[in-house]
Design a protein around this ligand. Structure first.
Ligand code: RAT
Ligand code: ZN
Length: 433
């Protein structure tokens, strides 16, 4: 393959290659139709409590947009409870009117809806949801997954399977083949074990895993047995938790013991990496429900101590605070068993993705995972990946351009290999897939 001679040629190649590379999306909240869906062309899978979310009403009522609409129609004009009592389509009409019709939809979450419509070949300028509703209503959910994956260049979707969510848990218990869709990987998520022991211990007791109020032998063996049974049931590619900024490792206490003596040994036994998403300040405004969480700085020295104490475990970490990102890169330079990933949630905006991706490329070369989508609604893959690819492409072109300026020659095949590592290979290497 020929060597790339100029920055202009390099820019063209890198953007094209990053635009075409297949993505393994390592963290979403998406599900296949086997988990039920509130919407369906043929109607046979329609289930109001179903977990597979897609379509225009779900897109427009994404929790990022619920937070945004309460900024312009403030709670003194439309109370939270009034909003929550509306049907899904009434909520969508309200958000559409105030964020998309009365104003130019400039925020990243608003722009996302426009990109989705555009990628589906729909005109984003209709100014009414009626036409979109009939288009989405005619889609078959199963075939629609293929269409969205194909158009967004996503080859694998990673679910988040929260064992403390009753709706999801009961579906797994009722159907052993629930997770068999080859387009999706399962992930065992269990925040409460490390973060909310009163809930976790009450549930484990009720589910036949006796534990005590403390981190004693009984609790450790109850958690181990519980996690092992769920690993066998759902066959996850990794285990995961989200933690608050207050999480510390090395200070003793229940979370420390559970991590050291239950969670990490189970991960080792089954060869699973452990993913930690740290920095969410939960329910700062509970009236906003899922939209009510905020951000705080995590303690990176705890992550360093954890990686040092468990060199045989693999850790994948994303932090919610922008201020933590440089420190996390430095930690990853010290620990080969630490894989930084994604620009999570409030960081998933072009200006911050650019800053974080350049910083990571400069400090870590290509040995990280630049992005995950965190999509909750299937269609969002279409925007989250096209928006991120554009920025990742610019950042990769910039650092490869600097390499070129230093006299080093690269080929298109080498650019392709770097893009593949960033968008799929680095993560695949850690999960062993
Ligand atoms: O990004 C989000 O949608 C958040 O609400 C959370 O789901 C977060 O990503 C998480 O996995 O806890
Ligand atoms: Zn998430």
């Amino acid at each position: 393959m020929s060597v790339i001679e100029s920055r202009a040629a390099l820019n063209e190649v890198v953007r094209r290659v990053v635009g075409e590379a297949q993505v393994v999306d390592m963290h979403t909240h998406l599900y296949p139709p086997s988990f039920g869906t509130p919407l369906g062309g043929s109607g046979d899978r329609v289930d109001p409590e179903g977990l597979m979310l897609w379509g225009i009403d779900e897109l427009v009522t994404y929790h990022y947009l619920i937070a945004e609409v309460f900024r312009v129609v403030t709670p003194d004009r439309l109370g939270y409870e009034t909003f929550w009592k509306m049907s899904r389509s009434e909520q969508a009409d309200h958000i559409w009117k105030h964020l998309f019709v009365d104003r130019v939809p400039m925020s990243e979450a608003c722009r996302g809806v426009l990109t989705v419509l555009q990628k589906l070949g729909l005109d984003p300028n209709e100014r009414s949801l009626a036409g979109y509703r009939s288009w989405f209503g005619a889609q078959d959910p199963d075939a629609y997954i293929d269409l969205v994956m194909e158009r967004s260049g996503v080859s694998k979707i990673t679910m988040t399977n929260n064992v403390f969510d009753d709706n999801e848990r009961e579906r797994w218990l009722a159907d052993g083949a629930l997770g068999d869709d080859p387009r999706f990987d399962a992930v065992l998520r269990f925040d409460a074990v490390l973060d909310d022991w009163s809930t976790a211990s009450r549930c484990l007791d009720a589910w036949g895993y006796p534990v005590s109020g403390e981190a004693d032998e009984e609790s450790v063996s109850g958690v181990r047995r519980f996690l092992s049974d769920w690993v066998k049931r759902i066959k996850p590619v990794y285990a995961a938790v989200s933690l608050t900024p207050e999480w510390r490792y090395g200070a003793g206490g229940l979370a420390h013991t559970m991590l050291d003596e239950a969670v990490l040994p189970v991960c080792r036994e089954f060869g699973l990496p452990f993913a930690m998403m740290i920095g969410v300040r939960r329910q700062v405004n509970p009236a906003l429900r899922a939209a009510g969480d905020a951000v705080g700085m995590a303690d990176v020295s705890s992550i360093e101590r954890l990686c040092a104490a468990h060199p045989e475990n693999k850790f994948m970490v994303t932090l919610l605070s922008r201020e933590n990102q440089h420190e996390l890169c430095v930690a990853a330079r010290k620990f080969g068993n630490l894989l930084p990933f994604g620009c999570w949630w409030f960081l998933n905006n072009p200006s911050i993705i650019q800053e974080m991706t350049l910083e990571r490329l400069e400090l870590l070369g290509g040995s990280f995972v630049p992005q995950h989508s965190d999509a909750r609604i299937l269609d969002q893959l279409l925007y989250k990946w096209s928006h991120s690819r554009a920025v990742i492409g610019d950042c990769l072109a910039e650092v490869l351009g600097r390499v070129l300026d230093a006299g080093w020659r690269v080929t298109e095949a080498e650019v392709r290999a770097e893009a593949e590592r960033l968008l799929a290979g680095n993560y695949r290497g850690v999960i062993g897939g």
